[in-house]
Write a protein that binds this ligand. Sequence first.
Ligand code: UDP
Length: 368
Amino acid sequence: KKILVVFGTRPEAIKMAPLVKELQKTNEFNTKVCVTAQHREMLDQVLSFFKITPDYDLDLMKANQSLNELSSRILTAIDLVLSEFQPNLVLVHGDTSTSSMVALAAFHKGIKVGHVEAGLRTYNKFAPFPEEINRQITGRIADIHFAPTQQSAQNLLNEKVNEQDIHVTGNTVIDALLWGIKHVNEDREDINEIKQFVDTSKKIIVVTGHRRENFGNKFYEFCNALKQLADRDDVQIIYPVHLNPNVQKAVYDTLGNHKNILLIAPLDYEAFIWLLNQSYLIITDSGGVQEEAPSLKKPVLVTREVTERQEAVLEGTVKLVGTNQEKIIKEAVVLLDNMNAYNTMIGNINPYGDGTAAVQIVNALKSI
Ligand code: UDP
C-alpha cells in the first residue's frame, strides 16, 4: 500500500512528524512525505528537529499571497505528485489550506483520504477563519477519520460519518512533545538568550497569539492586560511574537520596553517546548499549545471567545478567558496568587492523550 503524507505549516509538521516516523518503522507501507511549504522557515526547523526529509517539496510559500492564490497553487502542484506516486491513500492534517486543497485534489483523482486530527468544530464559520471551513471541507471528503477525542468523534457522527470510518486515537501533538522534550539541546543560542533574561525567583508567563479572529481592538486589549500583569514584581513575561504584521504592530506599540517583558522572534519548536517547560503559566490563543501544555503540567488561559477544544475546558486543563482586559487579568491573578486553584488546574488529566496516538493511527491503517 502506498501512502502519501502531506502537510505545509509548522503545527501540521509537528503533529504529523510522529506519524511519519511510525509509518516509516513498518515495511507494510511504502510511505512518502510531501510538503507544500505553506510555511517555509517555520516548517523547515521542525523537519530538521524530527529528522524528516520530504520526498516532494512544493515550495509554495510566497509573501502576501491570498488564500485563493495559495489554494489554486496547491491544487495544481499536488496534482503532479499524485499522478507520479499514485498513492492508495493520502493523509492530511487538521485545518489548513493544505489540508482542504490536498483532500480535494485526491478526491478528484479517486484517491482515498485519511484525516488526522479530525472532527474539531466550532460551527462558527468565521472563528477560527479560515480553519473551521478548511476542516469541514476535509472532513466531508475524508474516507478515514482519526479523531483525537470522543467529542470530536461525536461531532463526526452527528454529521453522519459512518462509525467504522472513525478511530479515536488521541492527538499526535502529545507524542511529538514527549519525544521532543527528551531531545532538546539546551545549548542553543535562543535558549541562552532567554536564560539571560529569566529571573528564577519570578513566575514566568509564556504568551503566544496569532488568531485572525483577534486582530484589531481585541489584540490591543489582550496586550494591555499583559502590560498590567507585567507591572507586578513577581512576574516576567516571555512572548515569542508571531511575524504577522497585525500582531507585530499591536505588540510592539503596547509592550515594547517593559522591564518585565521579553519580546522575541517566534522560537523553533525545540526552544519553544523548552520555554513552555520553564513557565509558570501560559496565555495563548494557539490550538496546539492548549493541547500540549497540560502534559507539562502547566495551566493555560485561552484568549478566545469560542473554542473547538471543549474537552480541555471541561476537563479544566485550560480556561477560556476571551480578550476582555479585566477578565484576562482577573483569571491570571487567581493562578498567580491562589495555589489551590493553580494545583487543581495542573492536576487535571490531559484529554488529548498519552503520547500513543501515532501508534494507534498506524495500527488502524494496518487493519483497513
Ligand atoms: N510553537 C513553536 N514556536 C513558537 C510558538 C509555537 O514551535 O514560537 C509550536 C507549539 O509548540 C505548537 C505549535 O507551534 O506545537 C502551535 O502552532 P500555532 O500556534 O502556530 O498554531 P495552532 O496550533 O493554533 O494551529
